[in-house]
Design a protein around this ligand. Structure first.
Ligand SMILES: [Zn+2]
Length: 259
């Protein structure tokens, strides 16, 4: 007797093609139905999906499908966070053109996401390395600049002498580069900053709105990241030279213990 087996190699691409042709996940404006926006995150095009991606995207796909069944008009988009330092580093590492490398990885990962059968409207996909996307980040930057919320100054950055790139704080592990293990140095570079401190009070205040919905640990992380601290600026005078050393302390009441 012939063994009966579900031939997924035949069935899956056949159905996926049909969903694609009929555009069953296409979203249009529809004021007659309530709206729902389900966004997981845009992956960075590293080459192939890993199980962490599958976990993330499956959870949000389930939410999107559930809402659709409940009658919502669900916008469930996908895109690729594909511009900047990681592409630059990968290009150095592989000796490849970053644009070519990025496009190839996106094609590979898109094929994998389609194999998983997620309900994305691919006609709305965004690709942050493309001009039609980053023209808007440039536009936003100009608005910040005009309002005095973007400014330039020289400040030290984490620098990997071997990768020849700047590293974010999270990319420095025990003083070493996360990629190549070289000792990270400090380098003064002229760079752009956003005046986010202007929004510190507002951001802190609004963290209260997340109580109940967000885990406490995440809210504390946000609070620390905003990093407002109240204290006093104090000047110490050196007895020998009369030079002044300015300091900031959150505990001016303990100042008499200073040696
Ligand atoms: Zn490095």
């Amino acid at each position: 007797m012939a063994e009966e087996r579900f031939d997924f190699r035949e069935a899956e691409p056949r159905w996926q093609r049909r969903w694609d042709e009929e555009g069953i996940y296409k979203v249009e404006r529809d004021p007659s139905r309530p709206k729902f926006y389900a966004l997981a995150m845009f992956p960075y095009p590293s080459g192939k999906l890993h199980m962490g991606h599958v976990r993330n995207y499956t959870i949000v796909d389930v939410i999107a499908r559930y809402r659709r069944m409940k009658g919502y008009n669900v916008l469930h988009p996908m895109g690729f966070d594909s511009f900047g330092m990681p592409a630059e580093n990968a290009a150095i590492q592989h000796g490849a053109n970053p644009a070519v490398w990025t496009r190839e990885n996106i094609a590979e990962m898109t094929a994998q996401l389609k194999q998983l059968g997620y309900s994305y409207d691919w006609s709305r996909a965004v690709y942050t390395y493309r001009e039609d996307y980053y023209r808007w980040t440039q536009w936003l930057f100009l608005q910040f600049y005009k309002k005095g919320l973007a400014y330039k100054k020289t400040a030290p950055v984490n620098w990997c002498p071997s990768c020849q790139t700047v590293l974010a704080n999270e990319q420095v592990e025990d003083g070493r580069c996360w990629r190549c293990d070289s000792l990270v140095t400090k380098k003064d570079l002229s760079q752009w900053f956003f005046r986010i401190t202007q929004y510190a009070d507002e951001l802190l205040e609004d963290l209260k709105l997340l109580e109940g919905g967000w885990p406490e640990q995440v809210r504390i992380m946000q609070q620390n990241w905003i990093g407002r601290s109240e204290g006093a600026r104090v000047e110490f005078t050196l007895e020998a030279t009369g030079d002044k050393i300015p300091i900031f302390t959150t505990r001016p009441d303990t100042i008499y213990g200073v040696t």
